[in-house]
Design a protein around this ligand. Structure first.
Ligand code: ADP
Length: 166
């Protein structure tokens, strides 16, 4: 059984992320989405909320599961029995960091490979941070997220959250 992990912050999951998930699910037997519980960043959504949102949008993809993780990505991949880490590449700006991370992971864990999927052109400009910036100022984010996720982002900012204080 070929398993891949797809790690990220997913704060929140965008249509760009979903496109990568859907395509990976077609190539691999099993996909485990890893939601990073990064203590150095203050996310808009808690890790549990991010997991729930991913579960909701991937409910029809039967070979996809969602988990939280902390610590080293390769340890997470090993715990999922995955030999592949999937990353999305949007533009050259992603490349340098992604390549460095992939090379490092390969030195630490030679049995695990990183697979890069190029972004769908429709979503090449899209990031969770840009969606949050637009939402904070009341802009229309419906073209970037699943409708139920867009609703949750709008509600967060309506509760008085902002990107400075979160
Ligand atoms: P973001 O940069 O949006 O905060 P994450 O840290 O959640 O994203 O990213 C997880 C993975 O998804 C990374 O490999 C990232 O390059 C990829 N990704 C993010 N947005 C897109 C997109 N619009 N198209 C393709 N891949 C993407």
């Amino acid at each position: 059984m070929k398993t891949a992990v797809y790690p990220g912050s997913f704060d929140p999951v965008t249509l760009g992320h979903y496109d990568i998930i859907e395509r990976t699910a077609k190539i691999m037997d099993r996909v485990v989405i890893g939601v990073l519980q990064n203590k150095s960043k203050t996310p808009l959504f808690s890790a549990q909320e991010r997991v729930k949102m991913l579960e909701e949008v991937t409910k029809d993809l039967t070979n996809v599961e969602v988990r939280c993780f902390d610590g080293l990505l390769i340890d997470f991949a090993r715990s999922c029995n995955a030999k592949v880490i999937v990353r999305g590449l949007r533009a050259v700006t992603d490349f340098e960091y992604e390549l460095q991370m992939a090379q490092t992971n390969r030195v630490i864990a030679p049995e695990i490979d990183t697979l890069f999927l190029n972004t769908n052109l429709k979503y090449s400009y899209l990031s969770s941070s840009i969606v949050k910036e637009i939402a904070e100022f009341g802009g229309d984010i419906r073209g970037f997220l699943h409708p139920q996720i867009a609703q949750k982002v709008i509600e967060k900012f309506a509760q008085g959250k902002n990107l400075e204080t979160k």
